[in-house]
Design a protein around this ligand. Structure first.
Ligand SMILES: Cc1cc2nc3c(=O)[nH]c(=O)nc-3n(C[C@H](O)[C@H](O)[C@H](O)COP(=O)(O)OP(=O)(O)OC[C@H]3O[C@@H](n4cnc5c(N)ncnc54)[C@H](O)[C@@H]3O)c2cc1C
Length: 462
């Protein structure tokens, strides 16, 4: 019988594991560090803790199987891009902190590749950079504005403005008018990374229990994670690393908004069509749409296209039923053909999606309170692949009480404001989603850049 988890995403289907769940937690136990969540955040934290202190007892509780969450579903961009833009970071935290965070993110892109090599996990790591394409005249202004903003911060050396011809020499995208390229991004196989990391931390001594959903947790002096069957008591720390799903735990309900990102995937494309498209550098591709689009060329020659266009669900509900959305998928399929008209007739073989965790101020929170014993890493919106690696290193330093350059970065030991209660939350978020789609359509129709001054654009400035 094939595992039902194979249908979660193409990545889990092709990660090479049979996906049989590991043993459920059925008996109480005591460890040094108990982690909620078998995604990148939980696993990286365990990895760096065990590298620093090999004798540490670390247990991970995963409600489904490792990689069930965003880490087994994402778009494969391992990028130095941070959920809050560099100019906005500089406004909030100053230029020096922004530069340090940017450097740490670039290092995280390298570090993911380094560890994969060291631990012998073949994640199909291709450091082809990221190319954001100006599709239509309206988006050309965005290229120039973005570049100028990086220049003002003294960070322009990591970016290159490309002309239409220079973009075309890399990849033939319909209506490409130019682009902004950065080398600090790699395309990866997300499923192989998350499943391989789990095996690596087990080799290092961690235990992982799957199908073990945490229903409550206790702080010091009752520091523990509890399922319906048993509990894991923790001597040093409990780590909450459940990203969007953390909103299902009452104390965190309004800290994160689950926003669905959906993906479609083509069949492997013929060499003839690849010759037409180009894209030999395997850059991660996107545009300047407010509704967000992200593309990669997979290792086996498919086009993956994702978008954050699916509607928010009242009450921050999360359900497997929302992983698919016929209307949004049809829209994304039409975008694929809009980008690459030569793909007309090519079959789409897979579609999936999942929630990303969005904080009210877009800023991830990576924290440890030694008095309560509670640690957490959350709120990456759609930029968690490299950021979760950084979070894992930061949490390990904080829990082991090691002062490092990383523990003074802006996301450390902070908390975002709560989202509004319902029905205001639904009204605001749906209103913003509609406004973004409208602004994108208008830009494409008129060829004029959005002003940046409309209320939704200002509310979403990040
Ligand atoms: C469709 C999609 C595309 C994306 N594309 C990109 C991209 O291209 N690049 C990028 O950088 N980021 C992307 N992201 C975001 C990125 O994947 C995430 O930010 C990152 O994987 C978060 O890792 P995590 O470990 O914090 O959370 P997750 O991977 O979501 O892991 C959390 C785990 O915790 C488990 N869990 C939750 N609650 C409980 C509980 N109560 N008890 C036990 N276990 C629990 C869940 O089952 C889950 O496995 C994308 C996300 C999605 C959904």
């Amino acid at each position: 019988m094939p595992s039902p988890y194979k249908s979660v995403s193409f990545w889990l289907e092709t990660c090479g594991d049979d996906l049989t769940p590991r043993r459920e937690l059925t008996e109480d136990m005591e460890v040094d560090v108990a982690v909620l969540g078998g995604g990148y955040s939980g696993l990286w934290t365990a990895y760096y803790l065990l590298r620093e202190e090999p004798g540490l007892a670390v247990t991970i509780l995963e409600g489904e199987i490792v990689g069930f969450g965003a880490s087994g579903r994402n778009g494969g961009w391992c990028s130095a891009g941070f959920p809050v833009s560099l100019p906005e970071l500089a406004r909030r935290y100053g230029i020096e902190s922004t530069r340090r965070l940017h450097a740490a993110m670039i290092d995280s892109v390298d570090e993911v590749g380094r560890v994969a090599g060291r631990e012998d996990i073949d994640i199909h790591y291709r450091r082809g950079g990221a190319l954001r394409i100006a599709r239509g005249e309206g988006q050309r202004t965005a290229v120039e504005q973005s570049y100028r903003a990086y220049e003002n911060l003294g960070l322009a050396e990591g970016y290159r403005v490309l002309t239409r011809q220079q973009v075309e020499a890399r990849v033939r995208v319909h209506t490409a008018e130019g682009g902004l390229f950065t080398p600090h991004c790699a395309a990866i196989h997300p499923g192989r990374l998350v499943r391989g990391l789990a095996r690596a931390v087990e080799r290092m001594g961690a235990t992982i229990h799957e199908r073990s959903r945490v229903v409550t947790f206790g702080e010091r002096p009752e520091l523990a994670l509890r399922t319906n069957k048993a509990q894991v008591r923790a001597r040093r720390a409990v780590v909450l690393a459940g990203e969007a799903y953390l909103s299902r735990l009452r104390p965190l309900h309004r800290q994160l908004l689950p926003v669905y990102s959906l993906i479609v995937l083509t069949e492997p494309i013929s060499d003839r069509l690849w010759d037409e498209i180009g894209w030999a550098g395997h850059e991660c591709l996107g545009s300047f749409r407010l509704t967000v689009d992200y593309l990669i060329r997979t290792n086996d020659g498919r086009v993956l296209f994702g978008s954050r266009g699916a509607p928010y669900h009242f009450g921050s509900r999360i359900s497997p039923a929302f992983d698919r959305n016929g209307r949004t998928e049809a829209l994304i399929r039409s975008l694929v053909l809009d980008w690459f008209p030569m793909l007309r007739g090519v079959r789409f073989t897979h579609a999936w999606g999942g929630p990303v965790g969005m904080p009210r101020d877009w800023m991830p929170a990576i924290s440890f309170d030694p008095h309560r014993g509670m640690a957490a890493a959350r709120g990456y919106t759609g930029q968690g692949v490299a950021t979760a690696n950084l979070a894992g290193r930061i949490l390990a330093d904080l829990i082991l009480e090691r002062a490092s350059d990383l523990t003074t970065l802006p996301p450390v030991n902070r908390r975002s404001p709560n989202w509004e209660p319902e029905p205001f939350r639904w009204l605001v978020v749906r209103g913003m989603q509609r406004a973004f789609a409208h602004i994108d359509r208008r830009m494409e129709r008129t060829g004029r850049a959005p002003s940046g001054r409309s209320i939704p654009e200002r509310l979403a400035r990040h």
